[in-house]
Every structure is written in C-alpha cells, then in structure tokens.
Design a binder for this molecule. Structure first.
Ligand code: GRF
Length: 213
C-alpha cells in the first residue's frame, strides 16, 4: 500500500509568497500535503493562491475576538479539524499565546527573516542595517512560547551590501526563504530530521546547511 504524505496546515496573514513556495514544493515532491490554509485577515492575498491550487481555505478574523486567548483557542480548534501532522506559519503576523503553542508544540514551525537569535520581532531588515551587520539572512525554527526563539531547523545567509535599503534586503532574504522553508518543512514532516534537546539530528541534518556562494 502506498504511504500517505504527512499533512500540514498553513497559517498566513498576507501576500503568501512563502505559501506559494510551499504549494509548489508539495506538488513537485509530494513530501507533504497541504490540508488547509487559514488566514486571520480576510484580505490576505495568499488565500487566492490556495484556492487556485484547490486547497481548502478558512478565515478567522482576529478583530472579531476579544483578546488573544479566545482567538487562539478558536484557531487551534479550527486547525485540529484538519488533523495536521504539522502547523506551518508562513507570514502569520500574530503573537501566539502559550496555550496555543502548548497544543502544537514540537510540530509548529515558523520562518523568520533574520539570522536568529539576532533581530527577533518586526522590521528585521532595518534592524540589520541599523546594527551594521555584514551578513543577514533567514531562519526556520520550531515555535516556542518565547517569540522568535525556538530551536533552529535551518538558516541561510545573504550579504549586506553598501547602499542596501531595507527593501533590498527584504527581497534578497525572501528569495532564500522560498528555497529553504519548503525543504525544511518536507524534512521535518518526513521525519528525515528531528530535533532532540534543541539540536538537529537525522539523515538530512548535515544537508541543511547554506552559506554565501
Ligand atoms: C516573510 O518575510 C516571512 O519571513 C515573514 O513575513 C513575510 C511573509 O511573506 N514572517 P509572505 O506572505 O510569505 O509573502
């Protein structure tokens, strides 16, 4: 009997370019199946990308909830209806409560546009310019209750060039997000990499290394 692919639910808030990369990788590799895409914003551009790919979508508008706890509880219930193996944050612009993280801990993954632990939070590209770093990049990490601090799954590096603007850096980093995030999700979902005591283990652990060309 053919083994069924692991399933993921993707959470978005915006244009969904990482979602698109995840959809394309699912199609070409069959490494995972996207069971649903959920947005907290009705206008998120990524919803149309999911519809186009024949993936079920749902909107849970956070503005209709009084506070984070009730929203996160409803979101977790909605996700669980799809029984995903992994929950994949792709530009989901909400701080998650500890209760939500506990429900999915160990199978909740995020992409963050900086080389963590440097520059958690927002405006990471401007933070990098202000700090004067010579390299910047992207991190895929498991999500814990502490914002942008979970165990690191994969990273990729870009140079910071003289005269760069935050927008230049955003574009350079985003191109790498689209490469490493689907690969990392596939490796996690398939069990080819696992995290033990916060460190990567498994056959693909050494393959997930990126550096300047
Ligand atoms: C990406 O840069 C992601 O790392 C960050 O938000 C952005 C989302 O972009 N968390 P998109 O919606 O995937 O195009």
């Amino acid at each position: 009997m053919q083994k069924t692919a692991p399933t993921i639910v993707v959470l978005i808030s915006g244009r969904g370019s990482n979602l698109k990369a995840l959809i394309d990788h699912a199609k070409s590799s069959g490494a995972y199946r996207i069971a649903a895409v959920i947005s907290n914003r009705p206008q998120a551009g990524g919803l149309a990308l999911a519809v186009e790919a024949g993936i079920p979508t749902a909107v849970l508008d956070h503005t209709g909830f009084e506070g984070r706890e009730p929203f996160d509880a409803a979101l977790a219930d909605l996700i669980e209806q799809h029984k995903p193996d992994w929950v994949v944050l792709a530009g989901f612009m909400r701080i998650l409560t500890a209760g939500f993280v506990a429900r999915f801990e160990g199978r909740l993954v995020n992409v963050h546009p900086s080389l963590l632990p440097a520059f958690p939070g927002l405006n990471t590209h401007q933070q990098a310019l202000d700090a004067g770093v010579r390299v910047h990049g992207v991190t895929v990490h498991l999500v814990t209750a502490q914002l942008d601090h979970g165990p690191i799954v994969d990273q990729a590096v870009v140079p910071v060039l003289p005269g760069d603007t935050a927008e230049d850096l955003a574009q350079r980093v985003l191109a790498l997000e689209h490469v490493i995030y689907p690969r990392a999700v596939a490796a996690l979902a398939s069990g080819q990499i696992v995290l033990a005591q916060g460190r990567l283990q498994g056959a693909l652990a050494n393959a997930l290394v990126h550096a300047l060309p």
